[in-house]
Each structure stands twice: as structure tokens, then as C-alpha cells.
Design a protein around this ligand. Structure first.
Ligand SMILES: NC(=O)C1=CN([C@@H]2O[C@H](COP(=O)(O)OP(=O)(O)OC[C@H]3O[C@@H](n4cnc5c(N)ncnc54)[C@H](O)[C@@H]3O)[C@@H](O)[C@H]2O)C=CC1
Ligand SMILES: O=C([O-])CC(=O)C(=O)O
Length: 252
């Protein structure tokens, strides 16, 4: 059975820990020890107080569900330690130097970095953007102001512009935009809306290119304790882990 080390023991990690069918949680690390301790009580896996001890312990793959800064700080060390990594805080890849360095380290270490579909759908076939012209790719995300750490009584456009700029301002809320860029190989325009009426996290994707047109709207239920994070993001990682060793791979 695949042994997983959780880097970040917050909301997403807790959903994963409660539903670890087909894999086993074997190590836990969080900057806030209370969080890793809590998941340790739930899973029986050891909680480590420092990253070096965590990464030197016995398991196969790191699942990062922490923060963009955790990825920037630790992802290379994970690969160098001989472990694969699943990265949910994919916004880290908006930094081109980091993206190039991680690719290089993964190649040299013969390790794999996996980016799950996270809180959106449609990512797999948008990869055709790597070989075929995309004229337009727009992500329109709408969340409750509470999720975005602001207060407003009316629906407002918080950001309109490039994905790499948006993730700098909202590193906890718009990782999906960077996932779209990596998959499609194309710049993504982003609109981020705060809507006090919103009870779900809505992502709308508009794409137009040589293939035709595409529109997708997903209205995600939030995670139980973090309304900014969609429950789907955790399900996406559980499914990725479940399929890791399947001999037949589906999707582009
Ligand atoms: N790609 C996607 O589609 C999505 C990405 N995300 C991202 O996934 C991450 C996890 O989301 P949640 O579980 O909801 O967040 P959360 O805030 O509930 O949990 C994050 C945990 O990571 C810990 N942490 C933060 N920085 C750390 C570091 N440097 N080292 C170790 N631990 C650290 C925190 O103490 C906390 O316990 C966030 O970065 C979020 O933005 C969330 C949803 C969708
Ligand atoms: O969970 C979501 O709906 C999206 C999200 O927070 C992110 O992309 O960072």
C-alpha cells in the first residue's frame, strides 16, 4: 500500500486522512504542531515537529496541502530526498524560476511532481493548448467575501488581470488559475469576484481555440472548516492517490 506523508495538516489534509482508502497516512508535518497532532490522533501516524525528521521518515509520497510558501520552501528538498510529491498549492509555479528549478530537480532525482485537478474540472483536455492554438482562456471565480478575508454588502470585482499577479495577491484562493496555465501552456486571464450571496465557490472557465469553444461552470461545496477551499480539492487528491498504481490511465 502507498505510504503518504502529509505536508500541511489543515482542512484538505483532514478530509484525506478520514478517507484514506487504498493508501495509508504514514507521516505528518505542519508548522502548527497542534494540527499535525490532531491528525496523528485520527490516523495513528507520527506527527513530526521538524521538516527534516518528517522527510527522512519511511514513506513513499508527500501530499502538500499547506500553502504556496510551503511549496517554495520544501518541494525541492522532498524530491532530493527521493520522494514524489503531489502539490495542491500550485500557485508556487507562477514563479518561473521556481518552476524551472523544480522541473530540473525532478528530472535529476528521477522523481515525479503531480498536480491534481484540485477545485476544477476540465483540466485534462485543456492540455491540448500545448499543441494547438488557444485564442482565449478566462477563469471567473466567485467566492463569499468571508473566504477572501474581506467584508462587502455587494458583489464586487476584486481582481481582473493575469493569473500570476492574482495568485500573488490571493495565494489561498486562486491556485486553480495557475493549474490552468500549466495544463494549457497558455496565459490565463482571471476575474475574482466577492459575492455576499455566494454559498459555494464557483469557477467558470471560458476557452476558445483551434478546437472550438468551451464553457464550464462548477459550483463547489466548501470544505467543512474552511469556506475558501472547495471540498472537491480534497476528493481530487484522494482519487489521484487511489489511481496512482493503476495500469490503465484515463484522461489526456
Ligand atoms: N489547487 C487547487 O485547486 C486548490 C488549492 N488549495 C490550496 O491548498 C492548500 C491547503 O488548503 P486547506 O487545507 O484548505 O488550508 P488550511 O489553511 O486549512 O490548512 C493548511 C495547513 O498547512 C499548514 N501550513 C501552512 N504553511 C505551512 C508550511 N510552510 N509548512 C508546514 N505547514 C504549513 C497550516 O498550519 C495549516 O494547518 C492551500 O494553499 C490552498 O490555497 C485549496 C483548494 C484548491
Ligand atoms: O478551493 C477552491 O475553490 C479554489 C482555491 O481555493 C484555490 O484555487 O486556491
Amino acid at each position: 500500500m502507498i505510504r503518504v506523508g502529509l505536508l500541511g495538516c489543515g482542512n484538505v489534509a483532514e478530509v484525506i486522512a478520514k478517507d484514506s482508502a487504498g493508501f495509508e497516512i504514514s507521516a505528518l508535518y505542519d508548522v502548527d504542531f497542534r494540527h499535525s497532532k490532531h491528525l496523528s490522533e485520527l490516523t495513528g501516524a507520527p506527527a513530526f515537529e521538524n521538516f527534516e525528521e518528517f522527510i527522512s521518515s519511511e514513506f513513499d509520497i508527500v501530499v502538500e496541502a499547506a500553502s504556496v510558501s510551503a511549496v517554495l520552501t520544501h518541494a525541492e528538498d522532498v524530491l532530493k530526498s527521493g520522494k514524489d510529491i503531489v502539490i495542491l498549492s500550485v500557485g508556487a509555479f507562477a514563479d518561473p524560476e521556481f518552476a524551472a528549478a523544480i522541473k530540473d530537480t525532478a528530472k535529476k532525482s528521477k522523481r515525479t511532481v503531480r498536480i491534481p485537478s484540485g477545485a476544477i474540472m476540465g483540466l485534462d483536455n485543456l492540455k491540448i493548448g500545448q499543441i494547438s492554438e488557444l485564442k482565449r482562456l478566462l477563469l471567473k471565480t466567485t467566492k463569499n467575501p468571508r473566504s477572501l478575508g474581506i467584508e462587502t454588502d455587494e458583489k464586487i470585482l476584486l481582481f481582473s488581470g493575469r493569473a500570476d499577479e492574482c495568485i500573488k495577491q490571493y495565494p489561498k484562493n486562486i491556485n486553480v488559475a495557475v493549474a490552468l496555465e500549466i495544463a494549457s501552456g497558455h496565459e490565463v486571464d482571471v476575474e475574482l469576484w466577492a459575492d455576499p450571496e455566494a454559498d459555494r465557490n464557483t469557477h467558470e472557465i471560458f476557452a476558445e481555440g483551434e478546437f472550438g469553444e468551451f464553457y464550464l461552470r462548477i459550483r463547489n461545496n466548501p470544505c467543512p472548516d474552511n469556506p475558501a477551499t472547495s471540498y472537491l480539492a480534497a476528493l481530487s487528491i484522494i482519487t489521484l492517490l487511489k489511481n496512482l498504481e493503476e495500469p490503465i490511465k484515463i484522461g489526456t
